[in-house]
Write a new protein. Structure first.
Length: 341
């Protein structure tokens, strides 16, 4: 009897504690803690380019910032003779979110090229610390749009320290006002109006990480900054299910709509990843095998996309315009060869 009472008490205490935690979570949801607020406006521009494209045939390049800074969609369009849009933005945006963005716009005869950053093959969940913080700070609507099961997964994925940060920010109004001053989020109509004016006037942006650093093809207008200490490695463990299940569903979606899907590789500073090491070779082989089993054509080998350090700006994924030209030309050769095979 004593054991039963203890078990019931523990269960009740757990329910009460969980209820309190969820209540605190909901109270601070949407409080603007430190986050990358520029992404909202930049996503508005990318969505605008995608939704206003009414051509019967188009090429869409999908990925993170290595696509944004590394692919010249304007050059692809000129060479291939097909409307091309660069949809790259941020490598920490979950794979299923990238796919949900592009999926509804696909039509028969379209081509989707995904030069995914290596991180996409290592995350086994969409709910990384960066992403849950981003949603909680500036896109609470995305949380409410999840189904019940995914809401629970999301809440569990959030570090308690992040919930505490949001609560303290909400309580201390001075901190809240300070954070709000850092926000750049604007009305979508205003963002589009600004960009249409900028494209017409060929206005140069002041900041590389801004919605105004997107041209009419979705490419980065400028790339600058001091190179940091990036560490992009394939020596760790690969994800077991999330990226493969997500790509499997998307590959089937493309087949049903007669859309051509190809996987590429991101640019990388030469020597930053030792592609001759045993572990990296194993991981590359597993990635290629998994993609082949999904029936997705692969454009070249990752080791072929290494470039000299001088061709990068502030990241091992972010090319200068000179580097972008080389990388795009390399991609074009592989795309053409794939189309001819």
């Amino acid at each position: 009897m004593r054991v039963l009472r203890f078990s019931m008490g523990a269960a009740i205490l757990s329910i009460v504690a969980w209820s309190i935690y969820v209540t605190v979570f909901l109270v601070q949801l949407g409080v603007p803690t430190t986050a990358e607020y520029w992404l909202h406006d930049a996503q508005v521009v990318k969505d605008y380019l995608l939704k206003t494209q009414t051509e019967n045939k188009k090429v869409l390049i999908v990925g993170g910032s290595s696509v944004w800074f590394g692919i010249d969609a304007g050059e692809l369009e000129k060479t291939l003779g097909v409307t091309s849009i660069n949809l790259g933005l941020h490598a920490m945006l979950p794979l299923d979110r990238l796919i949900k963005q592009v999926g509804p716009a696909l039509r028969r005869g379209d081509t989707v090229i995904m030069p995914l950053e290596y991180e996409y093959y290592t995350f086994d969940t969409p709910y990384t610390d960066w992403y849950v913080n981003q949603i909680m700070a500036e896109d609470a609507a995305s949380f409410w749009n999840l189904n019940g099961f995914e809401k629970v997964r999301f809440v569990i994925a959030v570090p308690p320290t992040r919930v505490l940060e949001g609560l303290l920010t909400k309580i201390f109004s001075d901190r809240l006002n300070m954070v709000r001053r850092r926000q750049s989020r604007q009305n979508p109509e205003e963002v589009v109006a600004i960009m249409r004016r900028n494209w017409k006037q060929n206005t140069m942006p002041e900041d590389a990480y801004s919605f105004q650093n997107i041209d009419s093809h979705g490419d980065a207008i400028m790339s600058r900054g001091s190179f940091g200490t990036d560490s992009h490695s394939l020596k760790g463990s690969l994800a077991q299910s999330y990226p493969w299940n997500t790509l499997h569903a998307f590959a089937g979606y493309c087949v049903d709509r007669q859309v051509h899907l190809m996987i590429g590789w991101p640019p990388m500073v030469k020597g930053m990843i030792d592609f001759d090491s045993r572990r990296v070779k194993q991981n590359v082989q597993v990635i290629r095998q998994n993609l082949s089993q999904l029936g997705i054509p692969i454009l070249g080998l990752p080791s072929e996309f290494q470039y000299d350090r001088r061709l990068f700006s502030d990241s091992a994924y972010h090319l200068t315009h000179e580097g972008r030209t080389l990388h795009t030309q390399h991609m074009l050769r592989l795309i053409t060869a794939q189309a001819d095979s």
